[in-house]
Design a protein around this ligand. Sequence first.
Ligand code: PLP
Length: 374
Amino acid sequence: MHYLDHSATTPVLREAAETACRVMTEDFGNPSSQHRLGIEAAHILKGSRAAVAEALHAQPGEVFFTSCGTESTNLALFSAARRRRKGHILTTEIEHAATLQCCKKLAQEGFEVTYLKPDETGHISAEAFAAALRDDTILASLMLVNNETGVLLPVEACGRTLKRRCPEALFHIDAVQGFFRVPLTPSKWQCDLMSVSGHKIGAPKGIGALYVKKGLRPAPLLYGGGQENGLRSGTEALPNIAAFGTACRARGKTFAEDAVRVAGLREALLDGLRERLPWAVVNGSGDVPHVVSLSLPGCKSEVVLRVLEGYEVYVSAGSACSKGRESHVLQAMGLDKARVDSAIRVSFAPSNTREDVEALLSGLEKAAAMLRRG
Ligand code: PLP
């Protein structure tokens, strides 16, 4: 099997799965229980929080576990906006649905939302961000890495401008696709809230985290037993949390070599495309190596996906979340219909090999030969 869809989800790392299994079957206590099992569970929770915090370059007290990246973003945006009754929210047209749908709901509640448009390379400029700020801007939300094009957004420059122009406004970063791809430095970015997700880094599905800058007290979405320092009630999903901690430790150890390896895979893919499918186009500038968006104009992506699947090569058309709908990101970039309709997203993990790239290239050649003839 040649799995090249790691921006959709990743296989769980063996050591993370083993941790989850151990916590499910042996260390299964409730961290709130007062007996030995509970105390051990609380200890596991503490260690896992420290591991995730280290990966986020944050303090353990700034990390709150959630169920996924989507929940983290909901918690961040609703609590940040609703602490003020009205005001202006600044975001972009290329955000993940989690952000876009929250903003849509907040607009229904009376907040005014501005969506910045990317240029044809998929970039949002810090100048456009600065120009869109208003005196009543209360919140800005930007993704760190776009999930469809691998474009990096200028979060550092935007954070600086936001805090200078609107010191009371909060800054949320959706770092789901940047986690363990680029170093996360929320304090350098003047970030108040940052979303990450476990299943994109080798932890199971069902676990995410929200970074909350020290001193900030967001309002919860879930009320109950007061877990997660009152921010997210509900018995902690300890097997997932512990597996998340294990995955962070494992990925942290190999971060530098993983980046070099993935960059090599991207180069191999781009070289292969130039040589064997020179009419293929790469969408967006792809600032990070792990995501490559490419189009084979004239070859519908859903059909190419099926052909590739026949060779056990797995990629996405646009993003997995768009479920076959036309990509709002590529459309926002102003790409023509032939490119949007034939877009394929390849997303690497360090576990991929040159053989995976070769299988993809050869599958694409076969798909193109079949579809361009027809
Ligand atoms: N943000 C981005 C940029 C994503 O790519 C995704 C998932 O693909 C999410 C948020 C949502 O994360 P989750 O699947 O953990 O809810």
